[in-house]
Design a protein around this ligand. Sequence first.
Ligand code: PGA
Length: 248
Amino acid sequence: MAKRRRLVVGNWKMYGRLTSGLVLARELADKIAAKKPLNFDIAVCPPATLTWPVSEAIMGSPLLLGAQDCHHATHGAYTGDVSAAMFADLGCRYVILGHSERRLAHQETNELISKKVAAAQLAGLTTIVCVGETEEQRTSAKTVEVIEQQLRASLPEKNQIAQLVVAYEPVWAIGSGQQPEIKDIESVHQTIRKALGAAGEAVQVIYGGSVTPQNAGSILENQEVDGVLVGSASINGDGFWAIAEKCR
Ligand code: PGA
């Protein structure tokens, strides 16, 4: 089977104003332009306010654009929300869904996430669906059970496998500086792929949680890891690029 292409995604979270966001986007576009050919995909997911300015700034660059969340409806009386179609309209290719910060702080359920996945795929976006166990679930050896359950319940019935990326993000590893051992990442990625069935072989399964330029090399060396979802280290151009360059 053909090797899966690697994918590096920067999740800027709620960081960045117009000027700093544009500087970062342009810096990355320049670094990418200097590296030809690019043998991996790279995307940034800025806050919603920066979607359009960043989109304009990177037009024509292989740097891809994503959103951090979307609503499950195409349009309607949903004050403060943004639909997948609106993000697609601005040039987004990806949307992160089911991030633990949304599952926890916004009480997003698997059921809601599956509706968002369906809406985003319908709008033509590739959905980066996040799954991951909490510290408590990990210590009580429930990781596999939790991941399988989240995956089953967060994907819609009509899931389009070609528009799916799964991000394994242990909740306890996000922003904590902590990380699972590589063999544990490998085994969860295998679990994810198995849970996706025969079509799972083609799906990119990426890892997220305290990825840094220092540890990215050993994570990306593993053949079960098809890329990384980077939070805090993605808002520094040199740091994020140093991580991306580990995709060989
Ligand atoms: P982190 O965040 O890299 O800052 O741990 C990862 C994420 O939340 O996607």
